[in-house]
Design a protein around this ligand. Structure first.
Ligand SMILES: [Mg+2]
Length: 349
């Protein structure tokens, strides 16, 4: 008979692709494999690296490294211009592969999904087995270069932090009982949603490490953050029920049910542009930049067209409008009914 007293359980699994954009490029072009590769917006010394391959990261190159510096740090590095269509194609294939092993609870970004474990999947040995199977299934069916790190934890926030702890090709489990010991000594910066601005704000209040957050009461956390977000982060770090979303304030977006005269491609597009403009104003007001956009169009026949695009973080309305244009469907199977535009992957820089 099972000894439930000693049985260890896992509630969430977070699957995160390593060096995603660069890995897609290496998958697509075998000549780039096992070599330092940097994905850049354009081939120019004045730009910065959007994504570095695992080999380039070993040389100290990361997102934001200037191309001119990357060349000095790693002579022979290969530069590839970004191709969002390609990353989205892989994204779709990856979602399908993950779904063949375990149902996806939340798609958090182009390279990150969270899954809630159910029934016997929650048993630690089964959860680890599932994580290993998931990692190899994605590599076997989508591409060998698509390595991943999996985090297991009591909620998706802890699972996300766990997935960040071992890269590349990681598998880390943090049980609720070990949160203080394993995460306590780490900087608050490792918590998803705590960017540079929030880190400075917390440091000024005497909060430097995760253990400083864990000592707070829910009311104190709310006061320190100046919003309910503080309580939410505290609950998440305590391993309690938590809905992890990508980005500090997660996302900013708007939706609109189309008036009958706007239920066509041109009409719905003009509404989407207005919604984007509104969201963009909010992003700028809050001193953020966004790194991805999600477009959702519900049709009168209840079908839904959904597209996500990731890009170099920006708050430039003109640029975002160009991105929206590339995402816009060429034709609709039925009349559009409702449009939603959401900007996410928000960063403070
Ligand atoms: Mg990743």
């Amino acid at each position: 008979m099972c000894n439930y007293v000693n049985m260890l359980f896992v509630d969430y699994l977070l699957f995160d692709l390593n060096s995603y954009f660069a890995s897609c490029e290496q998958q697509d072009n075998p000549a780039l494999r096992n070599r330092p590769v940097a994905v850049v917006p354009m081939l120019s010394d004045s730009t910065s690296v959007l994504a570095a391959s695992i080999e380039a990261k070993r040389k100290g190159i990361k997102t934001g490294t200037k191309v001119i510096d990357a060349k000095k740090m790693c002579p022979g590095i290969q530069f590839v211009t970004t191709s969002h269509r390609k990353y989205l194609e892989y994204h779709e294939k990856i979602l399908k592969a993950v779904d063949e092993i375990i149902p996806i609870d939340q798609v958090l970004s182009v390279d990150e999904v969270s899954c809630q474990l159910m029934g016997t999947q929650r048993e630690l040995s089964k959860a680890i087995e599932l994580a290993k199977k998931l990692k190899s299934h994605v590599q076997n069916t989508v591409g060998i270069c698509l390595t991943s790190s999996v985090g297991l934890g009591p909620n998706s926030l802890i699972a996300k932090i766990a997935s960040d702890m071992q890269k590349p090709d990681g598998l880390v489990w943090i049980p609720k009982e070990q949160i203080h010991e394993k995460l306590g000594p780490l900087s608050v910066r490792v918590v998803p949603g705590i960017g540079e601005k929030t880190e400075i704000m917390l440091n000024n209040l005497g909060i430097f490490k995760i253990q400083d957050i864990l000592k707070l009461s829910p009311a104190e956390a709310r006061n320190k953050w100046g919003s309910i977000l503080g309580t939410k982060v505290l609950q998440g770090l305590l391993g309690e029920a938590y809905l992890y979303e990508h980005g500090a304030t997660q996302s900013m977006g708007h939706e609109h049910v189309l008036e009958p005269e706007l239920r066509n491609s041109a009409g719905s597009f003009s509404v989407a542009m207005k919604l984007l403009n509104k969201a963009c104003i909010r992003v700028r007001k809050n001193h953020y930049r966004c790194g991805s956009m999600h477009l959702s169009i519900r049709l009168v026949n209840k079908e839904k067209i959904e597209k996500t695009l990731s890009f170099s973080p920006t708050h430039d309305t003109g640029l975002l409008m160009k991105h929206l244009k590339t995402m816009w469907p060429e034709r609709f199977q039925a009349k559009p009914f409702k449009v939603s535009v959401v900007l996410s992957s928000l960063s403070e820089k």
